[in-house]
Write a protein that binds this ligand. Structure first.
Ligand code: ADP
Ligand code: MG
Length: 341
């Protein structure tokens, strides 16, 4: 009985609006939804045909009258209507037959503009939220991995997502310095596609490239190098073909996007006030986001910065977990919301 009653009321929601994946956290229940940030719509209309996994399967293989869109692909909102439809879909899936409208915290990429923030708030309000708060993803990520963000000490988070890499130095629950670059896991996939074309004359799709990255990709030499058989289309004959790919060559292909990320980390550290920089010598850098799962990325970053580097226990859920913790701390929530809206 009590549990049922509680279900009617405690329905506050945290959303990680990611460039590749969106996650929804419901208070007292945890993460209840994880779906790719993809929407399939009917061409020339705003009719939503599918959202999430179902829509992702359509990416790259839709007939002319269906378009599959990643509305957050580059960490900016490319299409307000589609992003709004996606948010509404996610909220409606987790929030049904409740007496009280939920409070919603949305973690947004730190690079989005005021106009984009307003559009997110409006969409969430239209979806039935009672109150809407926005939090920047690096802050949510830092909270989610359990960094002591309230302390008067420097904490650094680097979150590598699909479309963006966001990094921030946080102290006293505020962002001291942050940087967002449009380089992330998608770029790793793109340079892998380019490498296969150049080195093997083989055309592969981005999903195959992602699979190569996940199965044999690395940022630092591996104790045991790996190989993988990759199918694609031979560009000279036009026929399907299989090629064995080595982890060394994929590492080489990932060098360029990785060096952009290293460069941004260096600049962030240079801008860091000296007292906070001193804290980082002990505390190090915490990495989250799906890109932090790339083999050896911690060793690469540690070698470049001379700082200890820790990978979050579950890099893909850090931001969503962070929104969940924020939901439980209304006073913090109000403070963060008023400083970022
Ligand atoms: P976002 O927050 O932007 O939605 P995510 O944090 O969900 O992004 O991370 C998605 C990215 O992580 C994708 O580019 C995906 O290919 C990449 N990724 C997921 N798992 C791995 C892995 N094991 N190794 C390397 N990259 C990975
Ligand atoms: Mg993310």
């Amino acid at each position: 009985m009590f549990a049922q009653l509680k279900g009617l009321f405690s329905n506050d929601i945290g959303i990680d609006l990611g460039t590749a994946n969106s996650l929804v956290f419901v208070r007292d229940r945890g993460i209840v939804l994880r779906e790719p940030s993809v929407v399939a719509i009917q061409a020339g209309t705003n009719n939503v045909l599918a959202v999430g996994e179902e829509a992702k399967r359509m990416l790259g293989r839709t007939p002319g009258n269906i378009i599959a869109i990643r509305p957050m692909k580059d960490g900016v909102i490319a299409d307000f209507d589609v992003t709004g439809a996606m948010l509404r879909h996610f909220i409606q899936r987790v929030h049904h037959r409740k007496l009280i409208a939920p409070r919603v915290v949305v973690a947004v990429p730190s690079g989005i503009t005021e106009v984009e923030k307003r559009a997110v708030k409006d969409s969430v309000t239209h979806a039935g939220a009672r109150e809407v708060y926005l939090i920047e993803q690096p802050m949510a990520s830092a909270i989610g991995v359990g960094l002591p963000v309230h302390e008067p000490a420097g904490n650094m988070i680097v979150d590598i997502g699909g479309g963006t890499c966001e990094m921030a130095i946080i102290s006293l629950a505020g962002i001291v310095f942050s940087r967002s670059l449009r380089v992330g896991g998608d770029e790793f996939d793109e340079t892998t596609v380019a490498h296969m074309k150049r080195a093997h004359n083989l055309m592969i799709g981005e999903r195959t490239a992602e699979e190569i990255k996940i199965r044999i990709g690395s940022a630092y030499p591996l104790e045991q190098e790996l190989t993988m058989d990759v199918k694609g289309r031979d560009l000279s004959t036009g026929l399907p073909k299989t090629i064995t790919v080595r982890s060394e060559e994929i590492r080489e292909a990932l060098k360029e996007p990785l060096s952009s990320i290293l460069e941004a980390i260096r600049i962030t550290l240079e801008r860091c006030p000296p007292e906070l920089a001193a804290d980082l010598v002990d505390r190090g850098i915490v990495m989250a986001g799906g890109g932090a799962l790339l083999r050896g990325i911690d060793r690469l970053v540690a070698e470049e910065t001379f700082l200890p580097v820790h990978i979050a226990d579950d890099p893909l859920t850090a931001v969503a977990e962070g929104t969940g913790r924020v939901l439980q701390e209304l006073s913090f929530l109000k403070r963060v919301a008023s400083s970022s809206s």
